[in-house]
Design a protein. Structure first.
Ligand SMILES: [Zn+2]
Length: 490
């Protein structure tokens, strides 16, 4: 979807739809110009009818009184409750409506007296407008190929720059969704690595892929064990971006299990199709790396994506196995469906040893327990560093991608100690499943500043997901906007 910014006078603008926002208790939209009384009264009536409820839309035909064919008024609810999130959501609803009506373009006015500063407002609006029109339809004969274009009318001198950045960010989210929505027969670890390699064409990203034999030889015992049951061999995908000389790097690690059957500890059949989304953490990391290289952010960043298919078979690893993880710690396997932490452990330990980073963030659809605890709209956050958590919370407010911090301390670390190995890959029974998974990872991280995101609930639209105009069916691309905001505001 094409978006541009323009500094023009709305009443003189020739457009299919001239769109304005309105808040409760106003009788006319924010920044509405003086027009012929007949038309102004029609707009007032329409505003009265919807009472400016969040996401409400009224259409007023202008009958040739101004060059625009129609005026569309979009409700934002009470003025004191306007946030970036409500703007994103309302812009998404508007965008969908325009698309349903088959209009090829529309213009949206951000007046000078808008309640939120225009920089962040424009960003949220462009995100909402573009993300709402997504659908994963590449395998359908009837595909929607035409989308309306949007003109943002604003007097902000930086409006074009803001729009362009928001396009890059939303493109990264759409890229991530496309990757995550791929069916498992079209996205093996090899195929995921291939798609990622194509990103290095812009020369700012270096992509390296480690093969099954290299992984085994270099001591990636977790990835090797989980991947050994599938004929689709495991890969480790490394993405390197250098945007600032002589400064410490940030590492992003993302779990990419391209399909998770549970392995020998086989999952039930119900909803097993959703386990194609077990690669979402890795897809998020790849999407972030793409955007960072396009935005030329002045940072150093490394993405590490361990990718496997977890299958049952004659070669599969088993409950009871003891394996040696990267760096030498041993793990007792109690459940082969707790595979994510094994591949993440290797990736975290390798990244920290190789790059000595200033911080490491990891993303994984790791535990069903996270959905039990927090539902499907909030990601679990476990961290050993207060500053990182503060910054994440700030970015979370900017982007509407919610997180909630869970505790971790020595008592939790004790819960994954094993009788026969250094650690075990599940905690005792069903208690604190999200935290014991994080405690397993903490063994790889040591004192490096670290934050772990359990995105099992937020990575795709599932039972319990709150309906959002800009999160259509399938993968959401959760975390891409959150972390781009985090990395842009060091
Ligand atoms: Zn699993």
């Amino acid at each position: 979807m094409f978006v541009k910014a323009e500094k023009s006078e709305p009443v003189k603008k020739k457009t299919k739809s001239l769109c304005y926002f309105v808040t409760e208790k106003l009788d006319l939209p924010i920044g509405f110009p003086k027009l012929e009384e007949k038309l102004t009264n029609s707009v007032k009536k329409a505003v009265l009818e919807t009472r400016a409820k969040l996401g409400s839309i009224s259409i007023i035909h202008t009958l040739g009184i101004i060059p625009a064919d129609r005026i569309i008024v979009v409700g934002l609810g009470p003025r004191h409750k306007i946030t970036h999130e409500s703007l994103r959501s309302a812009a998404g609803k508007l965008s969908k409506k325009i698309s349903e009506m088959g209009l090829e373009e529309y213009s949206l006015v951000i007046p000078n007296n808008f309640p939120i500063n225009s920089k962040t407002a424009i960003n949220a609006i462009v995100e909402g407008a573009r993300l709402s029109l997504y659908s994963f339809d590449r395998y359908k004969k009837d595909r929607k190929t035409k989308f309306p274009s949007l003109t943002i009318i604003s007097s902000d001198v930086n409006a074009s720059k803001i729009v362009s950045k928001a396009i890059t960010i939303s493109d990264a989210v759409l890229f991530t969704r496309n990757l995550a929505n791929l069916p498992p027969n079209e996205c093996s670890p090899l195929q995921l690595a291939g798609i990622t390699k194509s990103l290095s064409a812009n020369k700012k990203l270096k992509v390296t892929v480690l093969s099954k034999s290299e992984l085994r030889q270099k001591g990636f015992g977790g990835i090797s064990a989980v991947g050994q049951g599938s004929k689709n061999e495991p890969k480790l995908i490394l993405l390197e971006y250098n945007g600032k000389k002589q400064s410490k790097t940030t590492i992003l690690v993302g779990k990419a299990v391209t399909f998770d059957t549970g392995g020998i500890s086989l999952k039930p059949a119900d909803k097993m199709d959703e386990m194609k989304f077990d690669k979402c953490g890795g897809c998020t990391v790849i999407g972030i790396m793409k955007a960072v290289s396009e935005l030329n952010l002045p940072i150093n960043l490394v993405g590490i994506v361990p990718s496997v298919e977890n299958m049952p078979g004659g070669e599969s690893y088993r409950p009871g196995d003891i394996i040696k993880l990267y760096g030498g710690k041993t793990a007792e396997i109690l459940n082969t469906d707790a595979e994510g932490r094994l591949i993440l452990f290797d990736a975290l330990a390798y990244g920290i040893k190789t790059y000595k980073p200033k911080e490491v963030l990891d993303f994984a659809t790791l535990t069903g327990a996270c959905i039990v605890a927090l539902g499907a709209n909030v990601a679990g956050l476990v961290s050993n560093n207060k500053k990182i958590v503060e910054r994440i919370n700030k970015s979370s407010q900017n982007t509407g991608e919610q997180v909630w911090q869970l505790p971790i301390d020595d008592d939790y670390m004790d819960m994954i100690k094993s009788d026969y190995a250094d650690i075990r890959n599940t905690g005792p029974g069903r208690v604190a499943g999200t935290i014991t998974a994080a405690a397993f990872l903490a063994n790889a991280v040591g004192n490096t500043p670290w934050a772990h995101f359990d995105i099992a609930g937020t990575a795709w639209v599932q039972t319990g997901t709150k309906e959002k105009s800009y999160n259509p069916k399938g993968a959401t691309g959760y975390g891409v906007r959150l972390i781009l905001d985090y990395l842009s505001n060091p």
